[in-house]
Design a protein around this ligand. Structure first.
Ligand SMILES: NC(=O)c1ccc[n+]([C@@H]2O[C@H](COP(=O)([O-])OP(=O)(O)OC[C@H]3O[C@@H](n4cnc5c(N)ncnc54)[C@H](O)[C@@H]3O)[C@@H](O)[C@H]2O)c1
Length: 334
C-alpha cells in the first residue's frame, strides 16, 4: 500500500514508518517538524534501507496539505500529527484545539478531495475520563468524552466524534481509531526513540531525563494509592508493539468506524518501572516521594481483548525490552 503518515518524524510515527517499510509498504511522511527532527529520516533509512519521501507541511495549511494528497495515489493515511503535552494543553487550550482539531479537519477535507478512503487515527486512553474502579479494565464500549480532565484529551474525544460523523456521511470511508495506553521504549536498533524537548509529563521520559542528569530527581507522585505497592499503575506498551498495531489496523480496515484499545492489558506500578530501570541501567536514580498529582487515577489499564480477537494483534515485548531499548537509544544520543 502507498501510505501517507502525518507526524511520521515523531516518536510513534517514526516507529510505525519503520514497521510499515519492513512489511513492504511505500511510506511518505508529512510533518511540520514542530516536535521532531529531520534527521529521523536518515535514521529510518539506516534501519530499513529506505528513506521515505518527506513533506515539511503544517496541517493548518490546507492548500499545501491538499497538494500533498491530490493525485499522489495514497491508499491510506495514518494520522499521528498533533500536539500531545497534557499540562501545556491546560495553559494553551486554543493552540491545542486549533492545531489538533483544525489540523484533522483539514486532513479529512483533503482526503475527501483526493478520494483517499482509509484512515487510522491516534487516539488515547484519556478519552475514557475517570471511570473509577473500572479504569483498571477499560473497554471500547464504555462512554467517552465524559469527565475528560484536560484540553488535550478533549481534542481526542472531539476528533473521534468528527471521524464518526465523516463515516456516517460517506459510507465508503474506513476509519480505525486506536486508543493508545502508555507507549514506551525504542526501536531495537537504538537509532530512533523518544527524546522530548522541555520538561516531560510522562513517567518514562522523566526517568530518562533524570538518568541523563537533565532533571535533578524523580518525584513519585504519591505512594498511598490503593494499589499493591501504593504507587499508580499504568498499562505500558512497547512502541514497536504499538507500531505493529497500526499495520494490523490497516490490514483489517473496513467501511465505518472501528475502535480498538492498544495496550498490554497488564498494569505495572511506578515503583516497578523505576526498579526495573535502575536494575538495567546499573545505577540508582535520585528520587523522592511527592504529593499526589491532581487528576491522576490509581490504575489505568486496557482490556485489549477486542484487538486480540479482531486484529489478531497482541503485545509481544516486555517492560524490560522497552527499558533495554531505551537505554540503547540514549547511549547512541551521547
Ligand atoms: N506518546 C504518547 O504517550 C501518546 C499517547 C496517546 C496518544 N498519543 C498520540 O499519538 C500521536 C503521536 O504521538 P507521539 O508521541 O509520536 O508525539 P510526537 O510529538 O513525537 O509526534 C507528533 C508529530 O506531529 C507533528 N505535528 C504536530 N502538529 C502538526 C501539524 N499541525 N502539522 C504537521 N505536523 C504536526 C510534530 O512535529 C511531531 O513530529 C499524537 O497524536 C499523540 O497525541 C501519544
Amino acid at each position: 500500500m502507498k501510505i501517507l503518515v502525518t507526524g511520521g518524524t515523531g516518536y510513534i510515527g517514526s516507529h510505525t514508518t519503520v514497521e510499515l517499510i519492513r512489511a513492504g509498504h511505500e511510506v511518505e511522511i508529512l510533518d511540520n517538524l514542530f516536535n521532531s527532527k529531520i534527521e529521523v529520516l536518515d535514521k529510518i533509512e539506516k534501519i530499513t534501507g529506505v528513506k521515505p519521501k518527506f513533506y515539511k507541511v503544517d496541517l493548518l495549511d490546507y492548500p499545501t496539505t491538499l497538494d500533498v494528497l491530490k493525485n499522489a495515489g495514497f491508499e491510506a493515511v495514518i494520522h499521528f500529527a498533533g500536539m500531545k503535552a497534557v499540562g501545556e494543553s491546560v495553559e494553551k487550550p486554543l493552540t491545542y484545539y486549533e492545531n489538533n482539531i483544525q489540523g484533522t479537519v483539514n486532513l479529512l477535507k483533503a482526503m475527501r478531495e483526493a478520494e483517499v478512503k482509509k484512515l487510522v487515527f491516534s487516539s488515547s486512553a484519556t478519552v475514557y475520563g475517570d471511570k473509577g474502579a473500572d479504569s483498571a479494565r477499560l473497554v471500547e464500549t464504555m462512554t467517552t468524552g465524559v469527565g475528560v480532565t484536560n484540553p488535550y484529551g478533549w481534542t481526542k474525544a472531539m476528533i473521534e466524534q468528527i471521524i464518526k460523523d465523516v463515516c456516517v456521511a460517506d459510507p465508503k470511508f474506513e476509519a480505525t481509531i486506536l486508543r493508545y495506553f502508555n507507549p514506551v521504549g525504542a526501536d531495537k536498533s537504538g537509532l530512533i526513540g523518544e527524546d522530548p524537548n522541555g520538561i516531560p509529563n510522562n513517567l518514562m521520559p522523566i526517568v530518562t531525563k533524570v538518568y541523563q542528569g537533565k532533571i535533578d530527581k524523580l518525584v513519585i507522585y504519591g505512594d498511598d494509592y490503593e494499589t499493591e505497592d501504593g504507587s499508580c499503575e499504568r498499562d505500558f506498551i512497547h512502541v514497536t508493539d504499538l507500531a505493529k498495531g497500526h499495520l494490523a489496523a490497516l490490514e483489517h480496515s473496513c467501511p465505518g468506524v472501528s475502535i480498538y484499545n492498544l495496550g498490554s492489558g497488564k498494569a505495572t506500578s511506578v515503583f516497578e518501572i523505576v526498579a526495573a530501570f535502575e536494575k538495567l541501567a546499573g545505577q540508582e536514580l535520585p528520587k523522592e516521594i511527592g504529593a499526589r498529582r491532581a487528576g491522576d487515577l490509581a490504575v489505568v489499564c486496557a482490556n485489549p481483548a477486542l484487538a486480540w480477537e479482531k486484529l489478531g494483534w497482541k503485545t509481544e515485548l516486555t517492560i524490560e525490552d522497552a527499558i533495554a531499548d531505551t537505554l540503547r537509544y540514549l547511549k547512541n544520543l551521547e
